[in-house]
Design a protein around this ligand. Structure first.
Ligand code: HEM
Length: 429
């Protein structure tokens, strides 16, 4: 039966890696250093003094991300990554500056506020879907980028014609690769400015165009017009331009990959597509969340299988013991959400696509943590799930998906991505 087809999965290192293997593997793809036993054990210590400790149990994740807050801080690589994209905006700031911005933005992400955005999610999806060919092989990351960029620049920051979302979308992959993805150069003990220069951040035309778009949007807000977007809540509290620029990795890269994996997974599962299409067509062009029960379960399952933020990193502020391992001051601890979500001891049949594991009567599995946990947990967890469910429903209402010979290769970067894209055939119903 097609529903039993194996899902693409990340190829962990199969054995106890040597330091040399780690370095070789890690160049260009840090996640590929993690050995497969992280799917059976809950804590794996890399060889070498002070090397990272990798965790895959939800209790350990909570300890690092929530319970031992005074003992762990965001890792210096993560802080650098956030600084490049968020500057001093919400996700880049620490301490009181972060707290003020987090509190100010929170009302935008409450369930009633998310409910007000549903129509825009559907409208922007339909605007892209309406221009797709009748029957064609489609690269899903590009498609999802076009839809999500329109949503970001309609809902989170009202662009009002100041920028072209399609143009920004086409620059995003280059921007992410240069600004957001971890590069081996970042390991060098050099100043931030020099690292940016060596990484070519400021010389890249795609980075310049995305930054210029954020600048134009920030400047356009001086027109005094009233807006009801997320950025309005942060005006006067955090830097506007930084908060607009930061939405590119936070709101685009995550949701885009989530939607792409969902469509790719469904392409080989016609029976799930049929059920989703039926639900979506019954809900009509402007669905309410209560009408998308199946789509929401599919979204939860896809976020489990392809955690858009696969690895969360913190570093120890003091020497301490964690999961029976000595952790030294400054040592990196990685919460491997991807591994936690496919852990052999935490899930029944972990590599199988089964949205019904999220039926309310089955209870909540604490090992489902795609949005992290603790005070720096994703502020937009409800927003992102609703957005993904509506995008999925509107696409499935209008298109059937069919597999191609394309074989994705999973990479755990800042997002769980396919190195060679995701291609399916989309046929208008
Ligand atoms: C499926 C989509 C998404 C996933 C899986 C996701 C996941 C995450 C995770 C795991 C974190 C915590 C990082 C850490 O602890 O180191 C985070 C933080 C954050 N996310 Fe999301 N995210 C998604 C979509 C979004 C969207 C649509 C927005 C829109 C504004 C957003 C805004 C943020 C912000 C601002 C933070 C930083 C919060 C803080 O530092 O207080 N995310 N996200």
């Amino acid at each position: 039966m097609s529903g039993e087809q194996a899902l693409p999965a990340f190829k962990f290192l199969p054995h106890e890696p040597s330091l040399w293997q780690l370095v070789r593997q890690g160049v260009g793809d840090v996640g590929s250093c993690i050995p497969e036993r992280i799917l059976n054990d809950f804590a794996v210590q890399f060889p070498g003094p002070g090397s990272p400790l990798v965790l895959s149990h939800p209790d350990l994740a909570r300890e690092v991300l929530n319970d031992r807050l005074g003992q762990f801080e965001r890792d210096r690589f993560i802080r650098r990554l956030f600084r490049r994209s968020w500057g001093q905006g919400l996700a880049g700031a620490e301490g009181a500056a972060w707290e003020r911005q987090r509190k100010a933005a929170a009302p935008f992400f409450t369930p009633p506020s998310v409910k007000r955005q549903l129509q825009a999610f559907a409208r922007e999806t339909d605007a892209v879907a309406g221009r797709l060919p009748e029957d064609a092989e489609t690269e899903l990351n590009s498609l999802a980028l076009r839809i999500v960029a329109r949503i970001v620049f309609a809902v989170l920051v009202e662009a009002r014609g100041q920028i072209d979302p399609d143009a920004v979308a086409s620059d995003v992959p280059g921007y992410i690769a240069r600004v957001v993805d971890f590069s081996p150069i970042d390991l060098l003990p050099l100043s931030e400015r020099l690292l940016d220069w060596l990484n070519g951040v400021d010389r890249d035309p795609q980075v310049s165009r995305v930054r210029a778009a954020a600048g134009r949007l920030a400047a356009s807000r001086a027109d005094g017009a009233s807006r009801s977007d997320m950025i309005t809540l942060l005006e006067g509290i955090g830097p506007v331009r930084d908060n607009i620029g930061g939405l590119i990795p936070a709101a685009l890269d995550t949701t885009v990959h989530g939607l792409s994996w969902a469509l790719n997974t469904l392409a080989v599962r016609p029976e799930w597509q049929a059920r989703l299409a039926e639900e979506a067509q019954a809900a009509g062009p402007s669905p309410a969340l209560e009408q998308l029960l199946l789509a929401r379960r599919v979204v939860q399952e896809v976020l489990r299988l392809y955690a858009p933020a696969p690895l969360l990193a913190r570093s120890a502020k003091f020497d301490q013991v964690l999961a029976g391992h000595k952790v030294r001051r400054g040592q990196t601890v990685i919460v491997a959400l991807y591994a936690m979500h496919r852990h052999r001891q935490l899930w029944v049949d972990p590599d199988r696509f089964d949205p019904d594991r999220f039926l309310p009567e089955r209870g909540v599995n604490p090992a489902w943590m795609p949005f992290g946990t603790g005070p720096r947990m994703c502020i937009a967890a409800q927003f992102a799930q609703a957005e993904m469910a509506v995008m999925l429903a509107r696409l499935l209402a209008q298109f059937s998906l069919h597999p191609t010979s394309h074989q994705p290769e999973l990479a755990l970067r800042t997002a769980t991505r396919s190195r060679n894209g995701l291609v399916v055939r989309m046929r208008r119903r």
